[in-house]
Structures are given as C-alpha cells and as structure tokens.
Design a protein around this ligand. Structure first.
Ligand code: XMP
Length: 517
C-alpha cells in the first residue's frame, strides 16, 4: 500500500495462545507487524524484508521429535531477533546451546532481576526487580556461544539472554501479557531501539493511506457494502465513502431481529450525518415469516443467513453492474486461516455475509484485513464515527433470534427488545457498557409463577448475560455490582409486560458459550 508498511516486524508463530498479543503490543508501539507460521520458508521471509523477527512461545518441547522449528537461515539475515519462551528455547537449541526440562514448572508471576540495561531492557533500571509472567517447563541449561545472561529469576538462571553483537535476544517470560506490566515497554524497546523502526503505524496514517489507495484502485468501480451497524462494517463503509463516495452503495437490511432503535440510529448516522448512499431494506416480514415455528438454533441461523443473501442480492441487482463487495474481515480472521497448528490456530469465526461473494461473483474489498479490533475502533474515531457505534458491543448476525429460546414471534421479540433496552441503558448509566465484553437479555422459554399486587401471575423469565472477554474465545461472567443487578431486575419486571422473573447467568465459556443458542 503506502509507506506505513515500509518497516515491518515479522512474528513467527509456534502455536502460543498469546501470539496475537505479541502483535498487538508491537502495533501499540506504532510499528506494523504480521504473524506468520514458524514454517514460513526462508525465501519468503527474505522477501518480506522484516526489520526484526519475534519468535512466539508454543506448547512443545524443542528437543522432542517433530517439535516445530524455524529455518536457521534467519540467524544470518542480520536483523534483530527476539525469542519469547519457546522462541528463546528454539534459538538456544538451533544455535548450539542446551535446553532441558526444568526441575519444576514455573507458572505465574515471578520477579525478574536484570543484570544489564541493554536490548529490550534498555530503558530499565537493573536495581529494580520487575514483575513478569512465566509459563514454562523447559529451561536454558547452557546458552549458545556469544550469548550472555541478561536477567534471572528465582527459578530461571537464564530468564533473559542476549547476543549483543548480533542483537539476538531471548526471554523466558511473556512480555506480551498484561501480567508482565512493563512488557509492552520491552517489546517497544526491541522494535524501536534494536530494530530501528519508526513509529509510523498510526490509525490516522492508516486511514489516509487506505483512502488514497482505494481512490486509485477502485476508481470507476461500483462497490456495495453490507452495513450492519456494528463497528466493523461501519468503518468499512466510511473508509470507502471517503474514497469513492459516488460509486459506493451501502445496504442495511432490517431483518426484524435487531435491537430497539437500531434501524433509525444507523440510518440517522450514515445517511443524515455522513451522507452515505444508503439503502435501508425493511425485510422484517420476510425473515419473521420464515422463522415461524422454528426453534432449532442452527436452523434459525441458516434461515437468517439465506434470507439475508437473497434480499441483499435482489437489492444489489437493482443497482446494476457491481464489481466489488466490501467486507469487514479483521486481522484475527486472517490469522485463523493461515495460523500454525496449535491452540492459537483456532476455533470459530462467524461470517455474517458468508457465501455472498461467490454467489454473486463479486470481488472482495476488505480494508480491515490488517487490523485488530482496537485498531478498527481507532480508525472509526479518526473518521468521526460517533462513540455509540465505535464502542458497540459485538452483536450476532442472527440478532435477537438466537436470544429468544424457542420460537421467534413478534410478541416475544417485543418482550426481549424492551428488556434488552433496559439492560443497555443501565449498563451505560453505570459506565460499565464498554468495560464488559457483552451485556444482554435472553428470553427463556419457561413461564414461572409470581405475584403482583394480589394477583398470581404466570409469566416469562428473562436471563441476564453479562460477560468479560478479550476475544470471545473464552469468557467469564462479569462481577457487576449487586445494586446494578437489582435495578435492572426491578426495572424489567416493572416495565416489561409479561415478565415476572429475572435470573443471572453465572457460567463461564468454556464450557458454556456467550450466547444461549
Ligand atoms: P459464542 O456464543 O459462540 O459467541 O460464545 C462468541 C461471539 O460470537 C458472537 N456470535 C455470533 N456472531 N453470528 C455472528 O455474527 C452468529 O451466528 C453468532 N453466534 C455467536 C457472540 O455474540 C459472541 O460475541
């Protein structure tokens, strides 16, 4: 694209669960980086021309047969290298040192004592012990020649090592995780100091470069964009609008299972404020008719997915000869499809517009392919997207349909919408909406007995699902204050007709999922 990619760091993945965090920390230091499998051929690595290489951790033991490795040629490239945990062990193993199983596993917090303020530790005072996070069974018994110990912990005589001449470093701990509070500074020192990168990867620069690139690349081409009102598709639509506004048509399909007020908010922001060429399709009847009598979650998803494609396609046909479909694919989805086998190579992704490009023979334009979610939000802010959209919680494509257990009917949708609006309002009021990952109401297909005034009632149950997560792959229920729960509960029971009981979901993922269906 442009020179925001001129200086890049290569992160080679050995299957660690925290590889993406390494990349995020490097990006936070305003340096572009990509994750590739550790099996990347040397010729490709050379062609990629990284200013530095980071080797991730991984679950294997490097002395076992079949353990993942990396082409030794990287050590002759003359670029700085940092190995983290397994990455450090593989450097040791390949360069002639000795790695062996430690007497005991070291897992959790540890105190690191530095011996020299060099390399990733250049900004640190060696006298101050540093808190670091360890997670390893193997350890360095003998460093390769040319290496010196840079730090120790109680359990690791070589907790960090370096060949200062060649600028090859290894750390036994994980600088990328939040439990190593100053780890981000160490990674920044490596990429800015040792690798000599300039901090030019800013979302301001990204937006400018992307818009300039699209102006050139998409000139005269018709592009359509499926706008969902979520942050990803909103940022995609705005980036394209700034680049090729007259050739962009955005389509927002009201599938009848959206949250309260969503249609008017999206139309208001994109059409009225930003002046997008936006088609709002009211297709609620089509969706709800087809959902009639359907209780199976996967069947609901299938019906909603297919109906969406059908309606979107019909709208697109009216526009005429469209060349491109814009999609909000993010970097984690890209990594998933190329990742090295191991826990980081993983679990599932949901594609709201899956199947469309093939069916309609459209080329894809995916301006967010290189971005993490936080970066996407930052671009949104750069482009002036209102905070209410930028900081939106994720919302599933099948919408409220998979939060109404059992059949989706109009009256049940009304009940859930009202309950959900109260949850959103109270979470925002308590300043917790953006602090949790998701907070929503679920309509349970059970009636229970209650009493209101002198009357016995027999009405619906609403469950509250409020979770903390970093990437939706794992999650835990949020410990929100009792007072807030009490307020949400009493408001729902008092204000939403037909609900006489509110319960709290206190399950983690796994083994539960975030959504109930
Ligand atoms: P689960 O329920 O699997 O959800 O723990 C993980 C994340 O994905 C969202 N989700 C979906 N998103 N289509 C989507 O676009 C779907 O069918 C779907 N199902 C779950 C969910 O809201 C959570 O953020």
């Amino acid at each position: 694209m442009s020179d925001i990619h001129a200086q890049k760091i290569l992160v080679l993945d050995f299957g660690s669960q925290t590889t993406q965090l390494i990349a995020r920390r490097v990006r936070e230091a305003r340096v572009y980086c990509e994750i590739h499998p550790c099996t990347m051929p040397l010729a490709q690595i050379k062609a990629y021309a990284p200013k530095g290489i980071i080797l991730s951790g991984g679950p294997a033991s490097c002395y076992e047969p079949g353990a993942p490795s990396v082409d030794q040629g990287i050590f002759a490239l003359g670029v700085p290298i940092l190995g983290i945990c397994y990455g450090m062990q593989i450097i040791t193993h390949l360069m002639g040192g000795v790695v062996a199983r430690g007497a005991k596993r070291e897992y959790g917090p540890s105190k690191l004592t530095l011996s020299k303020s060099v390399g990733p530790f250049r900004e640190f005072d060696p006298v101050e012990p540093l808190q670091v996070w360890m997670s390893h069974g193997d350890r360095i018994e003998q460093m390769p020649s040319g290496f010196a110990t840079l730090a120790i912990t109680g359990n690791s005589p070589v907790a960090a090592m370096g060949d200062l001449k060649r600028r090859i470093y290894g750390v036994q701990f994980h600088p990328e995780v939040a439990h190593t509070p100053r780890g981000a500074e160490m990674l920044a020192a490596f990429v800015l100091g040792d690798c000599g990168c300039q901090p030019i990867w800013t979302m301001h620069n990204f937006a400018e470069a992307t818009i300039a690139d699209f102006r050139q690349r998409l000139a005269g081409q018709k592009v359509i964009c499926a706008l969902s009102g979520g942050v990803d598709s909103s940022v995609v639509a705005l980036l394209l609008h700034k680049a090729i506004s007259e050739n962009l048509t955005s389509i927002f399909v009201d599938n009848g299972v959206l949250r309260a007020g969503e249609v008017s908010e999206v139309a208001g922001v994109f059409r009225d404020v930003f002046g997008l060429n936006l088609i709002v399709v009211d297709a609620a009847d089509a969706f709800l008719d087809r959902l009639q009598g359907v209780s199976d979650p996967e069947e609901k998803r299938r019906i909603i997915g297919h109906t969406f494609i059908e309606i979107f396609e019909a709208e697109a046909k009216k526009i005429g000869s469209v060349e491109y479909l814009a999609q909000g694919t993010l970097y984690p989805d890209v990594i998933e499809s190329v990742s090295f086998k191991g826990p980081s190579a993983v679990i599932k992704s949901h594609h709201n517009v899956g199947g469309l490009p093939e069916k309609m023979r459209l080329k894809l334009v995916e301006p967010l392919r290189e971005l993490f979610k936080d970066e996407c939000r930052e671009v949104g802010r750069e482009l002036g997207l209102p905070e209410s959209i930028v900081s939106r919680q994720p919302f599933p494509g099948p919408g409220l349909a998979i939060r109404i257990l059992g059949e989706v009917t109009r009256p049940r949708l009304k009940t859930l919408r009202e309950a959900d609006a109260i949850v959103q309002e109270e979470m925002r009021g308590a300043d917790l909406y953006t602090k949790v990952w998701q907070s929503f109401a679920v309509l349970v297909p059970v009636k229970t007995v209650g009493v209101m005034g002198d009357e016995r009632t027999y009405e619906d149950v609403v469950a509250l699902r409020i979770v903390d997560s970093v990437d939706a792959m794992t999650a835990d229920w949020s410990r929100v204050p009792y007072e807030l729960l009490a307020k949400i509960s009493s408001r729902i029971i008092n204000e939403v007709k037909g609900v006489n009981r509110v319960v709290l979901d206190i399950s983690s993922k796994p083994p539960s999922t975030i959504e109930w269906e």
